[in-house]
Design a protein around this ligand. Structure first.
Ligand code: NAD
Ligand code: DAU
Length: 353
């Protein structure tokens, strides 16, 4: 049995679905169900006795320890986090609370549980911490991609809180011997991506006839990875990663934001034309830049390929097409998550339309 935290969010829910589709080991899914957590993502698992959902906070030491003990958990995969950079700029408190204090309390519960294990169970136990490339800061255009040796230079409250959590995980290995693994991944995209993030926001706004907001000049570069490739990388690291090591995960696919948005517009023009002869790109609108906006991220995922033989299965072209189709086929999912709290966020971030 494994314990997944944050398994009702974007990547966590994809991970749980893929885990149960590719193996038989049961999952306990611990998620606080913040605005970003959505049980609808897990609807396909209804009636599957291998999946047990528990609503709760990773900062709840007693709950986590009880779940670990009752279920004799052999690994923890920690996705739970506040994950949106813009929200961290508006209000960093929740990021400090979950990403730093929450990870600390989770580690404490795991340490107590693991410390009492013996023999093979103790040797085989793993704590895998899911982190981000943003901890490494921003690259200039000609800089080489981030390797695992790159120094930590987080620039937003979000990335600083993730960096702090990475350091705690590292310290629990060095100080207490906790068998940890850390993955630092680039930008994900795919099904169940909450439409506050660039790709799902652009698809949603395009179809709704709304502006497609580009921060600053739109030349910021991200390295995009299809979410199922991130999930397969995590499975591989959990299976064979060297304890105490960090593995970068990326798609070898750098692209400026404006190009991503034009690609989305072109696919939508083909699959769901606007109906007035105009292209979706006509909705592109340049808006004020994100404060402290990192210019470029790029991941060197060579270590993961060399040591563990992992490579992404999707190209950006294949993954982005699948993604657009998923959003077109799942308009009810989008309608359900873009009510109430979502509208308040959009008003705060982009101004009332
Ligand atoms: P998300 O915001 O979609 O989901 C986060 C989930 O965590 C939600 O279900 C939420 O309810 C849950 N959660 C939040 N606080 C919690 C708490 N205190 N206790 C229990 N559950 C809590 O995030 P995501 O995009 O799926 O990211 C998952 C992880 O992957 C995060 O740690 C993030 O830093 C990391 N990551 C994300 C990306 C990306 O592109 N989205 C890339 C690299 C790394
Ligand atoms: O790099 C990994 C990170 O990727 C993860 O750690 C984060 O959890 C995840 O949210 C993501 O962070 P970004 O800030 O890169 O993602 P976001 O989708 O918010 O923005 C992508 C780029 O698009 C970024 O340069 C900002 C820009 N952007 C974003 C939005 C929401 C716009 O130009 N307009 C927008 O409206």
């Amino acid at each position: 049995m494994i314990l997944v935290t944050g398994g009702a969010g974007f990547i966590g829910s994809n991970f749980v679905i893929d885990w149960l589709a590719t193996g038989s080991e049961p999952v306990i899914n611990l998620d606080k169900l913040t605005y970003a957590g959505n049980l609808e993502n897990l609807k396909g698992l209804e009636g599957d006795s291998r999946h047990r959902f528990v609503r709760g906070d990773i900062a709840d030491y007693d709950l986590v320890l009880r779940l670990l003990r009752e279920n004799q958990v052999r690994a923890v995969v920690n996705f739970a986090a506040e994950s949106h950079v813009d929200r961290s700029i508006h209000g960093p408190e929740d990021f400090i609370q979950t990403n730093i204090v929450g990870t600390f309390r989770l580690l404490e519960a795991v340490r107590a549980y693991w410390g009492a294990l013996e023999g093979d169970a103790k040797a085989a136990f793993r704590f895998l911490h899911v982190s981000t490339d943003e901890v490494y800061g921003s690259l200039d255009k000609a800089d080489p991609a981030f390797t695992e040796q790159h120094r930590y230079e987080p620039n937003s409250p979000y990335s600083a809180s993730k960096a702090a959590s990475d350091h705690l995980v590292r310290a629990y290995h060095h100080t207490y011997g906790l068998p940890v693994l850390t993955t630092n991944c680039s930008n994900n995209y795919g099904p169940y991506h909450f439409p506050e993030k660039l790709i799902p926001l652009v698809i949603h706004n395009a179809l709704a006839g709304k502006p497609l907001p580009i921060y600053g000049d739109g030349q910021q570069i991200r390295d995009w990875l299809y979410v199922q490739d991130h999930c397969s990388a995590i499975r591989r690291v959990l299976e064979a990663g060297r304890v105490g090591e960090t593995y970068n995960v990326g798609g070898w696919n750098e692209m400026p934001n404006l190009e991503v948005v034009h690609t989305l517009c072109a696919i939508l023009d083909e699959l769901r034309p606007r109906g007035d002869e105009l292209p979706y790109a006509a909705q592109i609108t340049f808006v004020a830049d994100r404060p402290g906006h990192d210019r470029r991220y790029a991941i060197d995922a060579g270590k993961l390929e060399r040591e563990l033989g992992w490579k992404p299965a999707e190209t950006f072209e294949s993954g982005i097409r699948k993604t657009v189709r998923w959003y077109l086929d799942n308009s009810q999912w989008v309608a359900n998550v873009t009510s109430g709290a979502y509208r308040e966020w959009v008003d705060r971030q982009y101004g009332v339309a």
